[in-house]
Ligand binder design. Structure first.
Ligand code: PHE
Length: 446
């Protein structure tokens, strides 16, 4: 016996939860350093092009699958495509475990940095000292794992609360808070003396730095940032009532996601230039370069604390959405209670987080083909599993289920969508070509 499926309480709640999924470490931690490494606005323009074509198409395809079937990814694929296709949903559920295992580790660092900032433990603007502090902290055995456990606990607590009382309620509070914090920090950053070169870097595209690799990284970034390829959008779509305008909601969510990524770049890069640091510092940009920026501005501790709080909030609503498909699968397909499923899945994720966290300390020399456990999880998720999941969604909707997909996307013909044919062909050909190029490049270059 199936209990009636829970639905989002309001369109606003749905949009906040889904934007909360999309907006995460990918936007605030990863996007600015990728833009910094890849020629600033040239990368941003390419990223935008990928998002408005493949990105939007795949988000809509996943949402339609979820809304029509009212099921988790496995159940959705099985209902429409049979047993074989159910494996595509299974891949999504599995991808969730892989992503969470390293996501909670980085999210734990952000919690720790809130404490460091608030406690004035990083009172230096010297990146070398800050770099040692960062690698010293992440290299420890217990403290980063403790932080990851707290973060996992918060995530589980929200998910266990259910769709409406847990996920939707938390998102409706956390996301507006995130937008306010972000605007405060951008305003602070762009008004710093010496921010202009950073702004120029972001506003004048340098196409000479664009290579095929740039396009491929932009594509991978779009998958991760829009939460596509692992069934999050199928699952969140499955809590939608029938009458919602999916294209319009998708547009709002994607605009919010892209907007936050660009604002994050506007927050990080001008500040980095203002204090004369290197914008292509890579993943350490957030945890090493930014504390140096905060140390050299008035009330830096306050702004630093707010910044890491922003990052933790963004990570939390995303982690919730990475956990939810597994829970929906356990609940829908196996009749397990939400609380028990959440507890079990969280424990498995934490177990996987142990080697991911230790990859920066005791296990840093334990590598396979030059990659640590953390690197492998990150690589597999971003460059193989998410793109593959996206390929399966695109092929399924584009080739096997195109007609019903169009009927459902237009709410039985009540919405006029002049780009419907373009959508189907992007799913049939455009997205698969881009994805195959991405995966090919990823597995062929070590
Ligand atoms: N989109 C999230 C981010 O940018 C990460 C994520 C990936 C969430 C895949 C759900 C699924 O951080």
């Amino acid at each position: 016996m199936l209990a009636a499926r829970e639905h989002w309480g309001s369109r606003f709640g749905f949009i906040m939860a889904t934007a909360g999924s999309a907006i995460g470490l990918g936007n605030i931690w990863r996007f600015p350093y990728m833009a910094g490494e890849n020629g600033g606005s040239a990368f941003i323009l390419i990223y935008l092009a990928v998002v408005v074509t493949f990105g939007i198409s795949l988000v809509m395809a996943e949402m339609v699958l979820g809304r029509v079937t009212q099921r988790n990814p496995v159940g959705a694929f099985r209902a429409l495509g049979g047993r074989g296709w159910a494996l595509a949903g299974g891949l999504g559920v599995l991808t969730g475990f892989v992503i969470l295992s390293f996501y909670v580790v980085v999210a734990g660092w952000t919690l720790a940095y809130i404490v460091f900032m608030a406690g004035n433990q990083l009172p230096t603007a010297d990146p070398a000292v800050l770099g040692r502090h960062f690698s010293g902290f992440v290299g420890r055995t217990f403290s980063p794992l403790f932080a990851a456990t707290i973060f996992m606990g918060l995530t589980a607590w929200i998910v266990a609360g259910g769709v409406g009382k847990g996920i939707e309620r938390a998102s409706k509070v956390l996301m507006p808070l995130l937008f306010v914090l972000l605007l405060v920090l951008v305003a602070r950053s762009v008004t710093l003396p010496g921010a202009d070169p950073g702004l120029a870097f972001l506003l004048t595209p340098d196409f000479s730095r664009v290579t095929i690799d740039t396009i491929i990284s932009a594509t991978a970034q779009a998958f991760f940032s829009l939460s596509i390829g692992m069934g999050v959008m199928i699952t969140y779509g499955s809590y939608l009532p029938r009458n919602v305008n999916i294209p319009r909601s998708t547009l709002i969510i994607v605009l919010l996601d892209v907007g936050v990524a660009v604002l994050a770049a506007l927050m990080v890069l001008p500040a980095v230039f203002a204090v004369g640091l290197d914008p292509s510092a890579g993943p350490g940009l957030t945890f090493i370069t930014l504390p140096a920026v905060f140390a050299s501005m008035p009330f830096g501790n306050l702004f630093g604390t707010l910044f890491f709080a922003l990052l933790a909030i963004a990570a939390l609503t995303s982690a919730v959405s990475i956990l939810e498909p597994m829970i929906a699968w356990a609940v829908d397909e196996h009749g397990i209670g939400r609380g028990a499923a959440t507890l079990a899945a969280s424990l498995v994720c934490l177990l996987l987080a142990i080697p991911a966290s230790l990859s920066f300390g005791p296990l840093s020399d334990t590598t396979l083909a030059g990659k640590t456990f953390f690197d492998w999880m990150d690589f597999l998720a971003n460059n193989v599993m998410l793109p593959l999941g996206g390929l399966l969604v695109a092929s399924f909707v584009g080739w096997r289920w195109a007609k019903p997909a169009c009927t459902h996307l237009t709410n039985d013909g009540t919405l006029r969508l002049p780009w419907l044919t373009a959508w189907i062909w992007l799913l049939r050909v455009g997205a698969p070509v881009a994805i195959v190029a991405l995966v090919w490049q990823a597995v062929s270059t070590p």
